[in-house]
Each structure stands twice: as structure tokens, then as C-alpha cells.
Unconditional design. Structure first.
Length: 249
């Protein structure tokens, strides 16, 4: 559904060059790379927030650059740490506002959709709470619910697990499975290589604005590659719970 061809974006003096990838519905792509390698720039350029110098981004063969803002909002959304909503808004308001591009004239139907999404993300009891009165994990769930209510095909997550404790971090990845089961595609900036191996179908690795690897996590994220990428020394063990390789660092 998503196809990125020879993407070249310039932001100030930074250049993101030559990104190529394809993503299907129900797949999770992890984006990895050292700080400043261009991960957020890549996500934002998919939303056409930065001018594309060269190359194309298409969703179902439609060029993202040629879509209107409201058309784009029907296909793609970005959940970033930079929350733009005023924290006095309630959880219900947040999710309701997400419907603006897909809203029908049937108020009852709209209410049912919103309530369903709130239930799915275990937020029914919080629906009238201001966002400021939620914990980090609850706020994260509220933003997931917002993305779901928007009914987009592609959800972009910019470092979604920052500030989450171990419990909510695990919960985020569980919710990512909802996204997969709902046959939506997602792209997640991941800093923990183990999470990438465990939860992503494909990974894209950036360094200094260039893609240096792309493929299945187990093929790309070998110990020597990761050690070189982040300039660290690691040990690998087999996780007895699932038989998968896990890195200790
Ligand atoms: N609006 C901007 N104007 C100028 N330079 C920018 C702008 N946004 C980002 N940059 C620069 O582009 C480079 C890539 O930034 P980006 O945020 O994409 O990296 P990142 O891989 O997401 O980093 P991190 O892991 O630290 O979040 C950085 O050197 C950053 O300073």
C-alpha cells in the first residue's frame, strides 16, 4: 500500500537521501538508526511536512504530495511525542476530533464508533477526563484510540515508548498487534533493537540521512551490524520464552 521511491528531502542543511521501501497492510516497519540519522525527518516527509526534492511517496498508487490535507488525513496519521492538543480537552474530545475527515452526518453512528474505539483501548472509564489528568500510558492509549478513530490505512509512531514504564511499553506493543489485526500498516521509530526483532516485519536502518539496510529484522540486525551501527559491545542470548535471539547491552 505504501511505496517510497528514491526519496530525497532537505531540511536546513540535513539531507535524507535515497530511501526506497514498500509496506503492505498489516505490516509493521521499524525505523532505526543513531540519534540525528533522519528517522523523524523520514516520518514527517511521508506526511509531506518537508518539501520532497526528489522521488515519490505513494499510498495505493496515489501520490501523497498531490493529496489535499484532508485526503492525506484519511490515509495517514502521525503520533508523535509533541502533543498539540490542549490538555484541558477530554479523551472523548480527542477521539471525536479525529473523525473530522471521515465523519458521517449520523450522530448516533458517530457516537457508537467513538465509544467502540474507547472500549477497545480500555478508555471508557476515562472518556470525560481531561488529558492533563491521565498518566503517560493512558495518554498514549488515548492517542492510539485517536489514530484508530481516524480510520487511516497507515499509522506513524515517532518514538512511541519514550516516557512509558515497562508495563505500558509492553502494552504499546500489544496495541500494535491490534493495528496489524485491523489490517493497517504502521511505521515505528524504535530504539531498542530487541523490540525491532520481536515486533517488526521489516526494518529500515538510517545513518547520516542514508538508508544503510532494509529487510527482515533477523537478517538485518545481526550482532556485528548493530555493534558497528551504535558503537557498542553486546552479548546475544536465546530468550527461553520464545526461542528468539535477544541482545544484552
Ligand atoms: N526543521 C529543521 N531544520 C533544520 N535541521 C533540522 C530540522 N529538523 C531536523 N533537523 C536536523 O536533521 C537531522 C535529523 O534529525 P531527525 O530528527 O530526523 O533525526 P532522528 O534520527 O529522528 O534523531 P533522534 O534519534 O535524535 O530523535 C538532525 O541533525 C537535526 O538537527
Amino acid at each position: 500500500m505504501l511505496k517510497v521511491e528514491q526519496l530525497h528531502v532537505e531540511v536546513g542543511t540535513f539531507q535524507l537521501r535515497g530511501v526506497e521501501l514498500e509496506l503492505e497492510r498489516g505490516e509493521v516497519l521499524g525505523v532505526l538508526g543513531p540519534n540525528g540519522s533522519g528517522k523523524s525527518t523520514f516520518l514527517k516527509s511521508l506526511l509531506n511536512l518537508y518539501p520532497i526534492r526528489n522521488g515519490t511517496v505513494t499510498i495505493d498508487e496515489r501520490n501523497v504530495q498531490k493529496m489535499t490535507a484532508s485526503e492525506r488525513a484519511r490515509h495517514i496519521t502521525l503520533l508523535s511525542q509533541m502533543k498539540t492538543w490542549t490538555m484541558a480537552q477530554t479523551v472523548y474530545d480527542l477521539v471525536e476530533a479525529a473523525r473530522y475527515a471521515v465523519r458521517t452526518h449520523d450522530a448516533k453512528h458517530e457516537q457508537a464508533i467513538i465509544n467502540n474505539v474507547l472500549q477497545q483501548f480500555e478508555l471508557s472509564a476515562y472518556k470525560n477526563r481531561p488529558l492533563a489528568h491521565l498518566s503517560g500510558g493512558e495518554l498514549q492509549r488515548a492517542y492510539m484510540a485517536k489514530a484508530f478513530a481516524q480510520e487511516v490505512d497507515l499509522i506513524l509512531f515517532d518514538e512511541p515508548t519514550t516516557h512509558l514504564d515497562l508495563h505500558y511499553r509492553a502494552q504499546f506493543f500489544e496495541q500494535l498487534l491490534y493495528v496489524k489485526r485491523a489490517n493497517k500498516a504502521s511505521i515505528v521509530i524504535v530504539h531498542d533493537v530487541n523490540d525491532a526483532i520481536h515486533y517488526c516485519d521489516r526494518v529500515l536502518v538510517l545513518r547520516e540521512g542514508s538508508p544503510i539496510a532494509y529487510g527482515q529484522p533477523v537478517d538485518v540486525l545481526t550482532q556485528s551490524f548493530v555493534e558497528q551501527l551504535y558503537e557498542v559491545t553486546m552479548t546475544s542470548v536465546i530468550d527461553p520464552r520464545n526461542g528468539m535471539t535477544k541482545y544484552l547491552y
